[in-house]
Design a binder for this molecule. Structure first.
Ligand code: C6P
Length: 405
């Protein structure tokens, strides 16, 4: 395995020192670094085409609209959607899930209905459903997780039933990296008559997603976790479902005509994009899709699998380190605790060594409780990482053990 990543050069922010140490960025699950082509695409829009979209007859507006709608097509093709109408631009996975809960769920659910989630969800795939349950009288059900961090599919099956209106689950866990059998879960949930939404925030930067073969009804993701800008993401929804849904926010661009007596809605997907959207963000996300397609998910997986295997081996050979989440199907995340050293202290010592990791509950508090923990350390990987980055992490952990363990 190569000691440096051939992909690192494309990411300008990686080429810096933190104090006197070279930066080792192991926090890509929080947000990935951005390749130069994404930065350039955003800059190009602001320098040349900056205008509002869908509204102007002038050249700049037409160019901006073309770039924005072009980005929608790129996202649609990356995710395997049937058409770009099935892609709604939102702020990120959080907004995508809230959109489904409020626009699909709220008018349809009531007392007696159930929402099925899993114990490994990010707060963004828990709290919107709790809000929905409070608003409608529906009940929240939670499928459990095995000790290795894999989903207990039997528990998911047991909780599924005629009352399940929605099943919402992560494609990849942000806290422990478990890859869920999403196709199987979608099949089970659909057979029970439930609508499915897959939280793909931690998947689309790492693995091929094909929403049609997966069979999900909705798929949510964030641009900034797949080399794109912050503040942009998308919701995929099956066209027929999007057609049935009422808008969830009102404003400009989502209407066909407005009068005080009656207002009618624009067609899908514009019906769900009220107001001026994050135009630069969408264009940047389109460039990120091009970047990913240029490399190919097979190549991304190859690099990340090797790194994950190497990291798992290195960390499990440090006395006092316990890996949290060792499911067979895992992706890009090394979560761990260090005996006698608080995760925040490990994180601070890593930072002194130039190594950026995340510590805390990772917005997955119920999962931490499942493992009897309040916090872990998390090193999350991407294509720009190398075995040398893992070695730097290991050195920093050993230092933490020597100083505080
Ligand atoms: N996880 C992490 O460090 P937003 O904030 O909307 O872009 O993404 C929310 C979200 C939803 N689902 C999963 C599985 C996620 O991992 C995240 C974001 C980051 O793990 C920030 S908390």
């Amino acid at each position: 395995m190569k000691q440096t990543s051939q992909f690192a050069e494309a990411f300008p922010a990686l080429n810096q020192h933190v104090g006197d140490k070279p930066l080792v960025y192991l926090d890509s699950a929080a947000t990935t670094q951005k390749p130069q082509c994404v930065i350039d695409a955003v800059e190009h829009y602001y320098e040349n085409d900056n205008a509002n979209i869908h509204r102007g007859v002038h050249q700049l507006s037409m160019r901006a609209t073309k770039a924005y709608e072009g980005a929608r097509s790129k996202v649609a093709s990356l995710l395997g959607a049937q058409s770009s109408d099935e892609i709604i631009f939102v702020r990120g996975a959080t907004e995508a899930i809230n959109l489904v809960a409020q626009a699909w769920g709220r008018p349809r659910l009531g007392a007696g209905d159930e929402v099925l989630i899993t114990e490994m969800e990010h707060h963004s795939n828990i709290v919107p459903w709790q809000l929905l349950c409070e608003q409608t009288g529906a009940a929240l059900k939670v499928a459990s997780v095995h000790d290795d961090g894999s989903l207990d599919v039997d528990s998911f099956k047991e909780l599924l039933g005629e009352h399940t209106a929605v099943a919402a689950f992560a494609h990849v866990s942000n806290a422990i990296g478990t890859v869920n059998p999403v196709k199987e879960l979608c099949e089970l949930a659909s057979a029970a008559g439930a609508v499915t939404i897959v939280d793909g925030a931690q998947a689309t930067g790492h693995m091929k997603v094909d929403v049609q073969s997966m069979g999900c009804d909705f798929y949510a993701t964030s641009g900034h976790k797949m080399f794109g800008p912050t503040g942009i993401g998308c919701l995929y929804g099956k066209h027929a479902l999007l057609e049935e849904m009422e808008p969830w926010q009102g404003g400009g661009d989502m209407i066909l005509s407005v009068s005080f007596e009656e207002t009618t809605w624009n067609k899908v997907p514009f019906k769900f994009e009220a107001g001026t959207p994050n135009i630069a963000g969408a264009i940047g996300l389109g460039a990120a899709c091009d970047y990913i397609s240029g490399i190919g998910y097979d190549a991304i997986q190859e690099v990340e699998h090797e790194l994950l295997a190497y990291g798992t081996d290195v960390l499990s050979n440090i006395d006092g380190v316990t890996l949290i989440g060792t499911a067979r199907q895992k992706c890009a995340i090394l979560a761990f605790t260090v005996d006698g050293v608080h995760p925040h202290d490990v994180g601070t010592i890593c930072d002194h060594e130039g190594v950026a990791i995340r510590t805390g509950n990772h917005c997955a508090e119920p999962l931490m409780h499942r493992f009897g923990l309040s916090a872990t350390c998390r090193a999350s990987l991407s294509i720009y990482n190398s075995p040398a980055d893992i070695d730097a992490l290991a050195t920093a952990i050993r230092k933490a053990i020597t100083m505080l363990g």
